[in-house]
Design a binder for this molecule. Structure first.
Ligand code: PEP
Ligand code: MN
Length: 415
């Protein structure tokens, strides 16, 4: 912590995170390329508007108050270009189907948020990996390096951040066209759903050089907002309350999410809430819990009580994916549908027992017929996994598995 930071005169700006410890950033080899990429991004048009960001925040406030449900989903790591555009439309479609199902069963509006138009950077536990005997840097998302198993392609390249922006922009343009186009079949049975507004977007705000360059001033309020997305979140590995990522997101007007894993210490979570939601405003903060199927019933109640005692009206969201990742005997990363539905059901039941509203579900899903997670009729056993395993990072649900997860949630004792 710097002297300036602890003084009363400390004031946030988009680059104050640079004074703090920052983790999971690439070691960009060429500082001139990095500067050029940052300047270029800073001169590009915003991807979201302050009005839309405010609307998402208001919708999340409804979820915090128990009057709405949030469905967030998409790839672990998004592809570029045409694949990103095709993937986004497929995800819009399945999220819409799931939202209609939930809205109908729960009789509340469902807000759909894609994990896309910016989900291009990954934190990794290991900086290097060995492929066919060769040591190389790990893949960190297309905004950083290539997934190809070639050491030279794995070197971080700052120009990729500009490509990432343009890829996100093409997706946003497609979504906007959908929104203003034919709405037939896209509104819910009673107008309760927000589906007619289309899908909002989110991603992990990990690459702070990218995010900082896309902070803009809201001309109506004079405040700062993050124009790279509607709803940025902080990952499990970068949520230190005194770290750079939390500092960065503390000063922007967008609603923000934060992942909470099984190792989270209660005092840390309370400190995090204090920093991200000092005014205790409904809709500002969503805690995305990813505790694991076998630990959620034990770990969730003290967490909920601590946050409630501290007075933060958060949205409690369940990510049943990231606490349940396994590797098969042949080295394939997968997840069992039983674990995913098990955690989702236990999460909803536990919140219900605590008198709190389970505000939403966060899924990694493809919108396509992939074979990455185990379960359902399409992926009965491990031998099927390699057939259509196309994820750039973590295993995603196919449409049948996503529907089965939602049906599990709907069985878990909701009103
Ligand atoms: C992710 O959402 O892909 C991710 C890396 O999650 P977490 O930060 O919860 O591990
Ligand atoms: Mn993931």
């Amino acid at each position: 912590m710097t002297a300036a930071r602890s003084s009363a005169a400390w004031e946030w700006n988009p680059s104050t995170w640079r004074d703090l410890v920052v983790t999971h950033q690439p070691d960009w080899p060429d500082s001139c390329e990095l500067t050029r990429a940052r300047l270029r991004l800073a001169s590009e048009p915003p991807l979201t508007s302050p009005e839309d960001v405010r609307e998402v925040r208001q919708a999340l406030a409804e979820a915090a108050a128990g009057r709405a449900y949030v469905l967030q989903g998409g790839d672990c790591a998004e592809p570029f270009g045409v694949a990103a555009r095709r993937g986004a439309l497929a995800k819009d479609k399945i999220l819409g189907v799931l939202a209609e199902r939930i809205s109908h069963a729960m009789d509340v509006p469902v807000l759909t948020i894609g994990r896309l138009a910016g989900q291009f950077a990954k934190p990794r536990s290991e900086p290097t990996e060995v492929i066919d005997g060769e040591v190389m840097p790990t893949f960190r998302g297309l905004a950083v390096n290539s997934p190809l198993p070639v050491a030279s392609q794995r070197v971080p390249d700052a120009r990729r951040m500009v490509t990432a922006y343009h890829s996100a922009r093409a997706v946003m343009d497609d979504l906007a066209r959908r929104r203003t186009g034919d709405h037939h079949g896209r509104t819910s049975r009673d107008g309760l759903s927000w589906r007619h507004n289309g899908m909002w977007v989110s991603h992990e705000a990990l690459l702070l050089d990218y995010e900082e360059a896309l902070v803009r001033v809201d001309p109506n309020t004079g405040g700062w907002y993050l124009a790279s997305t509607h709803f940025p979140w902080i990952g499990e590995r970068t949520r230190a309350a005194d770290g750079a990522h939390v500092e960065f997101l503390s000063g922007i007007a967008n609603p923000v999410g934060c992942k909470i894993g099984p190792d989270a210490v209660l005092d840390e979570v309370v400190a995090l809430c204090a920093k991200l939601d000092p005014e205790r405003r409904p809709g500002r903060l969503t805690l995305i819990c990813r505790l694991g199927a076998h630990r959620v019933r034990t770990l969730l109640p003290p967490l909920v009580r601590a946050v409630r005692d501290a007075g933060h009206p958060v949205v409690w969201m369940c990510d049943p994916m990231h606490g349940n990742t396994r590797t098969t005997g042949t080295g394939v990363k997968t997840r069992h549908l039983d674990d995913i539905t098990g955690e989702a059901e236990a999460f909803h039941e536990t919140l219900h027992e605590l008198g709190e509203w389970p505000g939403g579900l966060h899924l990694e899903l493809a919108g396509e017929d992939v074979t990455e997670c185990l379960g359902g009729s399409g992926v009965p056993d491990e031998t099927v996994l390699p057939r259509r395993y196309t994820s750039l990072c973590d295993p995603r649900l196919n449409n049948e598995q996503a529907l089965l997860t939602v049906e599990g949630v709907l069985r878990s004792g909701l009103p």
